[in-house]
Design a binder for this molecule. Structure first.
Ligand code: MG
Length: 349
């Protein structure tokens, strides 16, 4: 069943995603916020993605296992690094997942991966060490507490030098954020609801969704894109954020444990989202507004304590349970609400 579903997925998607999986650079954003001064009130530093120096990576050595050499020779890497948001000076563990082939998703087991960190206030990549993948193709990379800012974690497979990167946002307490569900909220079709992610890379966005997201970014809010899409959709989701929404790739949270989406229930989506919001709140993130479309979004946001007066729901469940309704698209909402939202504290009100 898994192979069938993934074969169908493969048939409908395009090869550039595979290239992206190897860690392509984020597209040039339309406008960068001024880089933070390192102070605790700094806004998200989107310039880090553009300023990353070239990495003098590890020496290539043969794979530890012949089967993995064969895998690497015949299939394209489909690695991902799970993004994290963490409080200042708080240690965090970043998970990398290494597998090959969009169809097979064959885990890279028992092989060595080198990890590097670059970000705010740093002039070059810092070597984090060598890690060995487990039976799920995962490595767990501990990162010590950092100054508030934005950081990139790049991981390189020693056996073929295939690479992938993810993002760590280190935030001062009270850092303000706007949270977006993706499927059915920013995209017109709700792939999450029907467990069908066939078209996500090219999914159409609601009218004025891009302008809305950009406006919050220009106002200094941390953008958080939360999706129950399984981890192996992450490169397609990153591509969608980049190409359709014209946004740099961070911060994206996909479900690291997600396998076949059609088996995930609404309750599982809700629990996953609620727990992630609570995790963000534990890190001191102040989610001032949230967007969703599903009844599981409404429940998850409410259970996490988000204000229903600042919860905007589009689609069939718009306005339910005391939430704010967004009708048909974001054009009216943009002028009515988004433009009238003050700047985030980090940019000065
Ligand atoms: Mg949704």
């Amino acid at each position: 069943m898994k192979i069938l579903v993934q074969t169908l997925l493969f048939a409908s998607l395009h090869l550039p995603m595979l290239a992206q999986a190897a860690g392509g650079s984020p597209a040039e954003p339309p406008e960068s916020n001024p880089p933070g001064d390192g102070g605790s009130t700094a806004c998200t530093d989107y310039s880090v993605g553009q300023s990353q120096p070239s990495l003098d990576g590890p020496q290539q050595r043969d794979f530890r296992h012949f089967g993995n050499r064969w895998l690497s020779d015949w299939y394209s890497p489909y690695h991902m690094v799970h993004d994290e948001i963490v409080a200042e000076q708080e240690a965090v563990t970043v998970i990398g997942k290494f597998d090959y082939d969009w169809v097979l998703h064959k885990d890279l087991e028992d092989e060595d991966v080198h990890a590097y960190l670059y970000g705010s206030g740093m002039s070059d990549w810092e070597y984090l060490g060598e890690f060995r993948t487990n039976s799920d193709g995962k490595v767990y990379v501990p990162i010590s507490g950092q100054e508030a800012g934005d950081y990139i974690v790049r991981m390189v497979v020693e056996g073929d030098l295939s690479a992938v990167q993810g993002y760590v946002s280190v935030r001062a307490a009270g850092h303000q954020a706007v949270l977006f569900d993706i499927d059915g909220t920013l995209t017109i079709n709700d792939a999450e609801q029907i467990g069908d992610y066939l078209g996500i890379k090219n999914a159409d966005a609601f009218y004025y969704a891009e302008e809305m997201v950009q406006a919050y970014r220009d106002k200094g809010y941390q953008l958080i894109f939360m999706t129950a899409r399984p981890y192996w959709m992450s490169s397609g989701t990153r591509a969608w954020l980049r190409e359709t929404m014209n946004q740099a790739e961070w911060h994206l949270r996909t479900n690291i444990n997600g396998e076949i989406p059609s088996t995930a229930t609404s309750e599982e989506h809700e629990r996953y989202k609620r727990e992630y919001i609570q995790h963000l709140q534990d890190q001191g993130i102040d989610i001032i507004r949230a967007y969703g479309n599903a009844s599981s979004d409404i429940a998850a946001y409410a259970d996490a304590g988000l204000d229903t007066a600042e919860t905007y729901i589009i689609g069939d469940h718009a306005g339910e349970s005391g939430t704010q309704a967004v009708y048909s698209d974001y054009a009216f909402h943009f002028g009515d609400v988004v433009e009238n939202t003050p700047n985030a504290i980090c940019q000065g009100q």
